[in-house]
Ligand binder design. Structure first.
Ligand code: NAD
Ligand code: UDP
Length: 384
C-alpha cells in the first residue's frame, strides 16, 4: 500500500484508534475504510458486532489490525483502559432513531449525554484526542420556518446551517422529540468547554442524513417487528412488501442526503489531519442532494422498481399524521442544509455522489440482502 499523506503532503504514521459504537452503521463503514485503505489499527467497541462480522474473521490481511470488545460503555471499566492505549478515540455510540426520542426520552438522554460523559473525561484525563459524533439535529428548527408561508424572506439563506453562527432552536419541553438534539447539544458544549478549559483536543462531527447499506434494520427481519427505523429502512421495507410508503405529515420536511462513502472520506480527513480538525465542529453533508420526504419516496420507488424489475404500483404513498406514526411529543426538523465553507476550507472535502446514485447503490443492497426474508415474513403473516 502506498504511504498515506496528509493534506500538507506529510507521511501519516499508523494510529491506534478506539472506535466506540464501531458495530453500527457509520462504525461499520469507518472500520472497512480504515482496514482496507489505511494502515491504522482499531480497537472496536460495541454491544453488537453483526455489521462488522465480515471484518473480524481470522486470516484476512487486516486481521491483526482490528480487535473487537463487546462492551457496554454504561458500566464497563475496560473502556478507560482501551482509551489509555489509543492515539485517537471516536465516539459513535448513541440511541439515534427518531421513533425513540419521544417514546424513550430517558434512554435517549442517558445514551446521548450521561453515557458519553466518562468517555470525554477519560480523553481529557489521559490527554487523548476525541472525535465525537454529534448531529445536525443540534440546530433544531430553522429560522426560516417561523416566517409566514408567503413571506418573500423565505429564501435558502434562512435555512442554511452554519457551525459558528446558526442558533439551536428546539420546541417546548413536552415536545420530547428534542430530547436527542438537546442531549447532543449539551454534550457538544461540554466537549467544547473541556477544550477551552482543560485543553482537550477534540473534533465534533455533525452528520446530515448519511445514507447507505447497513443503515438500521428491517423490522421483523433483523430488528424487532414493532420498532421504527429511520426513513431509508422504513421506505425500503414498504417497497419490498409492496405497500405504500407512509409520508409523515404529508412528507413536506426536507433533508439533504449524503452517501456514507463520501462522508467516511471526510471522517478519514479529520482523523489524519489533526492540525486542521482539532478544536473544530464540522457539518458533514451534501447540500446538492436536497429533497422533501415526498420527493425521496418518489425517487426511491422509481429506483426500486428498476432494480427489482417490479412495475410501479398505482398507490405509491399514503399520508399519515406524525401523532399516529410516532406518538405524542413528536415534532419535525423542517429543513437542514449544511453550510460547507468550513469543511471545504479545512478538509478540502466535497461529497460527489448524487441522490439518485446513492439510492441506486443502497437499494440494490437492500434488495439483495432482505427481499427474500421480507417475502417469507409476508407469507408467514398471511398463513397464520
Ligand atoms: P447506529 O445506531 O447504527 O450506531 C450506533 C452504535 O452504537 C450501535 O452499534 C450501538 O450498538 C452502539 N452503542 C449504543 N450504545 C452503546 C453503549 N452503551 N455501549 C457500546 N455501544 C453502544 O447509528 P449510526 O447511524 O451509525 O450513528 C452513529 C453516530 O452518528 C451517533 O452518535 C448518531 O447520533 C450520529 N449521527 C448519525 C447520523 C446518520 O446520518 N447516520 C445523523 C446524525 C447523527
Ligand atoms: N419519515 C416519513 N416516513 C417514514 C419514516 C420517516 O415520512 O416512514 C419522515 C420523518 O418524519 C422525517 C424524515 O422522514 O421528516 C426523516 O426521518 P428519519 O427517521 O430518517 O430521521 P431525521 O432526519 O428526522 O433525523
Amino acid at each position: 500500500m502506498a504511504p498515506r499523506l496528509d493534506l500538507e503532503g506529510r507521511c501519516i504514521q499508523p494510529l491506534k484508534i478506539c472506535i466506540i459504537g464501531a458495530g453500527g452503521f457509520i462504525g461499520s463503514h469507518l472500520c472497512e475504510a480504515l482496514l482496507w485503505n489505511t494502515e491504522h489499527s482499531i480497537l472496536a467497541v460495541d454491544i453488537f458486532c453483526d455489521k462488522i462480522q465480515h471484518l473480524l474473521s481470522p486470516g484476512e490481511e487486516w486481521s491483526n489490525r482490528i480487535d473487537f470488545f463487546m462492551i457496554n460503555i454504561k458500566h464497563d471499566p475496560q473502556t478507560e483502559n482501551l482509551i489509555k492505549i489509543s492515539d485517537v478515540v471516536i465516539n459513535l455510540a448513541a440511541i439515534c432513531t427518531p421513533a425513540d426520542y419521544n417514546t424513550r426520552p430517558l434512554d435517549t438522554i442517558y445514551s446521548n449525554f450521561i453515557d458519553a460523559l466518562p468517555v470525554v473525561r477519560y480523553c481529557t484525563d489521559n490527554n487523548k484526542r476525541l472525535i465525537h459524533f454529534s448531529t445536525c439535529e443540534v440546530y433544531g428548527k430553522t429560522i426560516g420556518c417561523f416566517l409566514p408561508n408567503d413571506s418573500p424572506l423565505r429564501k435558502d439563506n434562512f435555512y442554511v446551517l452554519k457551525e459558528d453562527e446558526s442558533p439551536c432552536i428546539f420546541g417546548s419541553i413536552d415536545k420530547q422529540r428534542w430530547s436527542y438534539g438537546c442531549a447532543k447539544q449539551l454534550l457538544e458544549r461540554l466537549v467544547y468547554a473541556e477544550g477551552a478549559e482543560n485543553d482537550l483536543k477534540f473534533t465534533i462531527v455533525r452528520p446530515f442524513n448519511w445514507i447507505g447499506p447497513r443503515m438500521d434494520f428491517i423490522p421483523g427481519v433483523d430488528g424487532p417487528s414493532h420498532a421504527v427505523p429511520r426513513v431509508l429502512a422504513c421506505f425500503s421495507m414498504a417497497l419490498m412488501k409492496e405497500e405504500p410508503l407512509k409520508l409523515v405529515d404529508g412528507g413536506k420536511a426536507q433533508r439533504t442526503f449524503c452517501y456514507i462513502k463520501d462522508a467516511i472520506d471526510a471522517v478519514l480527513r479529520i482523523i489524519e489531519n489533526p492540525d486542521r480538525a482539532n478544536m473544530r465542529i464540522f457539518n458533514v453533508g451534501n447540500p446538492m442532494n436536497e429533497a422533501s420526504v415526498k420527493e425521496l419516496a418518489e425517487v426511491m420507488t422509481d429506483v426500486y422498481c428498476k432494480i427489482s424489475g417490479k412495475s410501479k404500483p398505482n398507490l405509491t404513498t399514503i399520508d399519515i399524521s406524525s401523532k399516529e406514526f410516532y406518538g405524542e411529543g413528536y415534532e419535525d426538523s423542517d429543513r437542514r442544509i449544511p453550510d460547507m465553507k468550513l469543511v471545504t476550507r479545512q478538509l478540502e472535502w466535497q461529497p460527489t455522489t448524487s441522490l439518485h446514485d446513492l439510492l441506486e447503490f443502497t437499494l440494490a443492497y437492500q434488495h439483495k440482502t432482505y427481499s427474500q426474508a421480507v417475502r417469507e415474513c409476508v407469507s408467514k403473516t398471511f398463513s397464520t
